[in-house]
Design a protein around this ligand. Structure first.
Ligand code: SF4
Length: 434
């Protein structure tokens, strides 16, 4: 029997072998949790067509407090700025819509919207709805667009979630981080393990059918036992998607200072590798596929927005410090929310930095990003996009890296082997031009 699944790009798959049809990035997971590719080219979304679309990111830089490891462009103690910030963001969305207009003056098609932060759930549902309305006026938003909002446990009520769902948010990404109360305190998080469960139950009651939970590993004081228990409790909530990140100590954070002083010690490399491998086995056994290095999803629930980044497709970031990649340029906004508000009030551009991305850079970045995904590089799409075969682009390096057992090629795809995935960055350095 033919079953239809929604692929990463919102295409229904009519393929009789239960695969997806998007020619660029077909993602489909069999019941045995083996990643398979579509061998029957029934339909296709040509890469040129995807390059004509866009993903939208709206940065919400407010947090109740700063977590001890966080170096994002977020701020505690500025909650009174929420309303002027939302007004500024509405103006920027309007500007971005004009910037991205198609040559005939019609709005550009947008496939995904992502409210990230910070803590976007600190905005009221009315403010979130206003921002969504601004997006809908400035862009041609797909009917089935993925619309994600990042939220922190402890900032969500059932009423708020129902309002968000009604406004058009259809995916929640919850920053759970750990189910261990002591580790949550170490991280400087303000929620409790119980609040993670309450947030998920409330989201289900509000009809959210696509929920991501974020967790971290390699934390100071975290043992394998902590990790087993966190994953057990996470799986008991049946999220559609899990993102697991190893702790990175960033300069300028309290964790950095404490590590330098020797008062905390993050998990060592071996422990982190063990945690990662255990998680991968545990989640695969539960029906999730590791479709990108840090991300696991049930069939049909890969994050379409993040796939935009991993396939180096165009996106526009709006809000303080947000990054964009569009029309051969990468650019970013001023970091400080007050300055951002001031510029938008004066109807000026908030852009602070910009660089041109040349063809070789775009090719290198596309390959680098796609190799992070489970499917790897779709070689015909790469050639179609850049008018040059990938093998010709990297030359002899391809054979050297393949011979070392770090890559595997199946039909039209080139991906990291199991060993290659463990070595990650080293493979990229050996394979790609400088
Ligand atoms: S909630 Fe997230 S964005 Fe806010 S301080 Fe903590 S880690 Fe940073």
């Amino acid at each position: 029997m033919t079953r239809a699944y929604t692929t990463g790009w919102g295409q229904e798959c009519p393929c009789p072998v239960n695969c997806s049809i998007a020619s660029l990035h077909p993602f489909y997971i069999t019941k045995k949790t083996t990643m398979v590719t579509c061998t029957t080219q029934i339909s296709a979304v040509p890469v040129q067509q995807l390059l004509e679309t866009i993903s939208l990111y709206l940065h919400i830089p407010f947090c109740h407090t700063r977590c001890h490891y966080c170096d994002f462009n977020t701020y505690a103690g500025i909650l009174p700025l929420r309303e002027p910030y939302v007004q500024a963001l509405q103006v920027e969305v309007e500007q971005a819509g004009k910037l991205a207009q198609r040559p005939d003056g019609t709005p550009r098609r947008a496939r995904t919207i992502f409210f990230g932060g910070g803590t976007p759930s600190l905005l009221s549902a009315i403010q979130t709805a206003r921002l969504l309305r601004a997006c809908r006026s400035a862009f041609a938003i797909d009917q089935d667009a993925e619309v994600t909002l990042e939220a922190n446990p402890g900032t969500l009520t059932l009423e708020h979630l129902i309002e968000l769902r009604t406004a058009g948010i259809n995916r929640l990404s919850i920053g759970a981080q750990s189910f261990d109360a002591v580790l949550l305190k170490t991280l400087g998080r303000i929620h409790t393990p119980d609040e993670i469960c309450q947030a998920v139950y409330a989201a289900r009651s509000a009809s959210f059918t696509s929920i991501n939970l974020d967790f971290m590993f390699g934390l100071p004081g975290q043992t394998m036992q902590h990790w087993y228990e966190t994953l057990d409790q996470a799986l008991a909530l049946h999220p559609e998607h899990l993102s697991l990140y190893s702790l990175i100590i960033e300069e300028g954070t309290p964790f950095y200072t404490w590590t330098q002083e020797g008062s905390i010690a993050p998990g060592d490399e071996d422990l982190c590798a063990d945690m990662y491998e255990y998680a991968d086995e545990r989640l695969r056994a539960a029906g999730y596929e590791n479709y990108e290095i840090s991300n696991w999803a049930l069939p049909g629930h890969q994050c379409r927005h993040n796939l935009t980044y991993w396939h180096n497709l165009p996106y526009l970031g709006m809000g303080a410090g947000a990054y964009s990649s569009f029309a051969g340029r990468r650019f970013s906004n001023v970091l400080a929310p007050l300055e951002y508000i001031r510029l938008l009030r004066a109807r000026r551009s908030p852009e602070a930095e910009s660089e041109t991305v040349d063809r070789v850079q775009e090719m290198t970045e596309t390959a680098f990003l796609e190799l992070r995904t489970a499917m790897g590089i779709h070689l015909p799409s790469f050639e179609q996009r850049f008018s040059q075969p990938f093998a010709q682009f990297v030359g002899d390096r391809l054979h050297t890296v393949e011979a070392a057992g770090l890559l595997e090629q199946t039909q039209e795809w080139l991906r990291l082997s199991k060993r290659g995935r463990l070595l990650g960055n080293e493979v990229f350095l050996r394979l790609l031009p400088n």
